[in-house]
Structures are given as structure tokens and as C-alpha cells.
Ligand binder design. Structure first.
Ligand code: ADP
Ligand code: MG
Length: 256
């Protein structure tokens, strides 16, 4: 594996008596797409929340780019180059796609009176930067559309665009394919590969096992907060414990 950008070491996150994440370790190499899989409630999103600084680990260590990142708040992790999307999308629904990316580019400086007070050349250059990101995610022709009117496939792309506005080195995608149909899934698969090819490492949580297996270089499977398996998609998808974790509950092989 290439040198590790992210190192999760014996991570535990407990909520009272519930061990949502329990002694989980894995590494993500620079330029890698790593899939984080597991049934519903396995602890995947909690892992993301610990890595992105939303929850402090109960124990264990998160090393990002060789530095201990425990306790760094979300905006600190964002500054270090960790961008993320959310399982439940939460863009600014009253704003256009371009405005959503502009806000992500500049935080509160790019809203309301502060935005209006910027020189017009500055506003133009920020808007151009936002448009370049919208082009990357395939939404440039909808830049002026209010995101509240967009279908879920486009909302997921707006989420990715907002995360890309941070110019991340590590992108965390929490179920970016959820609720999409086949052609949208193919489009976002292509987008994730393109993002990786620009030098961004990707950690993705995926509901759909087939999508995760097709896209990931390696996968880590969680179950009940613990790491159940890790390896190449081909190895892990034939692992009896993984099959049992997925098929033993719900029977579709497609659980979250
Ligand atoms: N903030 C929280 N407070 C209490 N329990 C939580 C919290 N966040 C998640 N959990 C619980 O932790 C477990 C793992 O949740 P989560 O990480 O969201 O799973 P996944 O993303 O794999 O579906 C679940 O039992 C969930 O109910
Ligand atoms: Mg989740």
C-alpha cells in the first residue's frame, strides 16, 4: 500500500454503554479509494464523525498525514484537508448550486452583507472557482438553480461539490450513491474515480455492496462496531463472516 494518509488506530467511540465503534484500526494510503462497509448500525458514520472531528474518540488514535488529529474540531480537520459529505444531505436549500459552493469556498465571508461588500472582480473570481467545481461534478448547467428544487442525484453532487470546495486531500463520502438510479450511480462512480485521479484519497461508506466493491481498491467491513474483515473486494466479498453479516439480516446482500 502507498504511504498512509490516514491511520485509524484502535478507535473506539462509545455513547454511554453503546460501543458504536469498538477498537477499529485501518489505514488509507495516499491516492487510494477505501470502502467502509457494514450492515445498518455497524458504526460507519460514527467512524466518519470521529475522523472529521465531530465526536472525540473515546479511545484510540486518529493520525492524519502523520499527525495526531484527536480532538481537532471539524473546521480544523477541514483546514487540514479533510472534506466530507453527509448521509442526510443538508445544503442551503434556498440558495442556488453556485451559491452553495461559494459559501463552502469562503464560509461566512461569502454570505449576506460581507459578500455584497466584496469588490466585483473578487466576486467574479470566486464565482468562476465555484463554476469550475460545478463543472467537475457535472452541474455547471444548473449552477443558477435553487438546490431546494433539485432531485436527490443532483443534491448528492452539490454535496460533493461543497466538499471539493475545501480542496481536500482526503474526501469522506457517506452513502453518496444512496437513493440514486443506475445511470446516476455510474455518473458518480466516474466522478469519484476522477477525483481520485486528481490526487485526492477517498474513504467511502457505501450502502450498495456491489457499488462499493466495484469502486474500492480495498474494503474494510464493520459489524456491531468491530472490524469484521479487511482486504481486496474480491477477497472480502467471498468471506463467510461478511456474507453472514449481510445476508443473515435482511437477506438482500445490500444492507447499509
Ligand atoms: N450521537 C449518537 N448518540 C447515541 N447513539 C448513536 C449516536 N450516533 C450513532 N449512534 C448509534 O451508534 C450505532 C452506530 O451508528 P452509525 O455509526 O450511524 O451506523 P452506520 O452508519 O454503520 O449505519 C447505532 O447503534 C446508532 O444508533
Ligand atoms: Mg451511516
Amino acid at each position: 500500500m502507498p504511504s498512509a494518509l490516514l491511520c485509524v488506530k484502535n478507535l473506539s467511540v462509545h455513547f454511554g454503554g453503546l460501543k458504536a465503534v469498538d477498537d477499529v484500526s485501518f489505514e488509507l494510503g495516499a491516492g487510494e479509494i477505501l470502502g467502509l462497509l457494514g450492515p445498518n448500525g455497524a458504526g460507519k458514520t460514527t467512524c466518519f464523525n470521529a475522523i472529521s472531528g465531530v465526536y472525540p474518540p473515546t479511545s484510540g488514535e486518529i493520525l492524519y498525514d502523520g499527525r495526531r488529529a484527536n480532538g481537532t474540531p471539524p473546521h480544523g480537520m477541514a483546514k487540514l484537508g479533510v472534506g466530507r459529505t453527509f448521509q442526510i444531505v443538508h445544503p442551503f436549500v434556498g440558495l442556488s448550486a453556485r451559491e452553495n459552493v461559494i459559501v463552502a469556498l469562503g464560509g461566512d465571508h461569502y454570505r449576506g452583507a460581507l459578500w455584497r461588500s466584496l469588490a466585483s472582480w473578487k466576486k467574479r473570481s470566486i464565482a468562476d472557482e465555484a463554476d469550475e467545481i460545478l463543472r467537475t461534478v457535472g452541474l455547471l448547467d444548473m449552477a443558477d438553480r435553487r438546490v431546494g428544487q433539485m432531485p436527490i442525484g443532483n443534491l448528492r453532487r452539490v454535496e460533493i461539490a461543497r466538499a471539493l470546495a475545501l480542496r481536500p486531500r482526503l474526501l469522506l463520502l457517506d452513502e453518496s450513491f444512496s437513493g440514486l438510479h443506475h445511470s446516476e450511480i455510474l455518473h458518480i462512480e466516474g466522478l469519484v474515480r476522477h477525483i481520485r485521479d486528481t490526487g485526492v484519497s477517498v474513504l467511502l461508506i457505501e450502502h450498495n455492496m456491489k457499488v462499493a466493491m466495484a469502486l474500492s481498491d480495498r474494503v474494510v467491513v464493520l459489524d456491531h462496531g468491530r472490524k469484521l474483515a479487511e482486504g481486496l473486494p474480491s477477497e472480502v466479498s467471498s468471506n463467510p463472516a461478511v456474507i453472514e453479516a449481510y445476508l443473515g439480516r435482511g437477506g438482500s446482500g445490500n444492507a447499509a
